[in-house]
Design a protein around this ligand. Sequence first.
Ligand code: HEC
Ligand SMILES: [Cu+2]
Length: 489
Amino acid sequence: MKTDQELFKRSPFWIFLSLVTSSFIFISCINSEEKVYENAADIPTGYEMQAELTAPPNVPRGVGRRKAKKLIVNMEILEQEGTMTDGTTYMYWTFGGSVPGSFIRTRVGDEVEFTLSNHPDNKLPHNIDLHAVTGPGGGAESSFVAPGYEKTFSFKTLNPGLYVYHCATAPVGMHIANGMYGLILVEPEGGLPQVDKEYYIMQGDFYTKGKNGERGLQPFDMQKAVDEKADYVVFNGRVGALTGENAITAKVGETVRLYVGNGGPNLVSSFHVIGEIFDKVYVEGGDLINENIQTTLIPAGGAAIVEFRVDVPGSLVLVDHSIFRAFNKGALGILKVEGEENKKIYSGEIREGIYLPEGPGIQEMPTTDEIVESKTHAKSFEEQMEYGKQVYMQTCFACHQSEGQGIPKAFPPLAKSDYLNADVNRAIDIVVNGLSGEITVNGEKYNSVMTRQMISSEEVANVLTYVYNSWGNSKKVVTKEMVDKVKNR
Ligand code: HEC
Ligand SMILES: [Cu+2]
């Protein structure tokens, strides 16, 4: 049974009045949200929210206009074997299963509740030091965790910017060298301006017992790390993480933002994109914006945000402009831009494959120095082909191209090459000693220099076997003995 009062409450007048007051409260709430806080520590945090974490080269959605929240971050440490380069693996220690670790995206004023768990199959204790944290050890002191356990700590994001996080468990350098680093972005109130594409890239240097390209599971080499003699310098944890099928992409006319970090442990990155100028650089990941930049320096344990609009199609090449690192140690990635040409901005012949990784093979002008013999031996034709392909992709490919097609007027073809197929000993001699002077290949004249290839007899045998058994060539098998015979002539 309803009382008079209840009936009165439901009358149109009351509904109208409550609508008016609630919309007034609503509007005043919006106003209070836009209140500027002198001290980020005073920004109130709203509901709990699970953070979206992403593996590189992806980043989570932007914060936009969302209010500060209690942001729950759950991250798991995984020690796992992964590929360093074709034929070479490495025992990576990771935050979330990738190198660099999962990207964390927050806004200023968030209260981050961070739970770090250490997978039970892991061998070592770890922790995390986030440079975005104001507090002891950046969280390292509160997060030290043994395999099979987890630790939770909380922090308030006070300063906007792009920050590195890393493991800080002794030996600190070793944990970082094994891949334990990543980025955390703290966006300002209202978020960063909208762009079309965003990517996550982080450079790191690696130190292995074997030299660059040596096959098999390569253990960490502490001595080389202390001496700062990196075997690999790479983007996103491995050679080729951003090339070929893994290249990042954009369309002509789009704006691209790269969150670029440097995990080190040792080397500073001279980050550059061949064929592009950075319209904006958030210097060192902070508030200062510099414009029209060719190369930006990213310190070990530091970051930068770079932005540019892509205006013409083609492959932009991301490098550490300490250039041997790019072409010979792996610090090379591709941003593939598709769309209409714009002859007002650029016209000219477009030829892919000018900037290609050249791998660890040491190039020398023709002389007669000693070469170290290989440690692994191919036991079958299939293995010879496999190892040979690898030598080819690391050593010959930059000049003779992926399908042996060469580059007209510069590098002769190895595919269906009459010159190659005519004389196997001559071919061995060319690889071993180099070649200069005029030659004719398939009716075309070449007069250039091929540097001597500093690879072992076995590698010469493997690569030539691969070449002879590919691309319509005469299917000869070349042995180490044949190579040694030519060497000792
Ligand atoms: C730095 C560029 C470069 C690299 C790397 C290179 N070559 Fe060459 N190669 C040349 C050039 C240039 C010539 C032609 C030299 C001349 O004009 O006298 C040539 C010629 C040859 C020829 C004879 C011509 C033909 O087309 O049959 C063979 C065989 C050959 N290279 C094999 C190899 C193999 C195998 C490798 C890898 C182990 C290799 N080259 C690496 C530049 C290179
Ligand atoms: Cu660690």
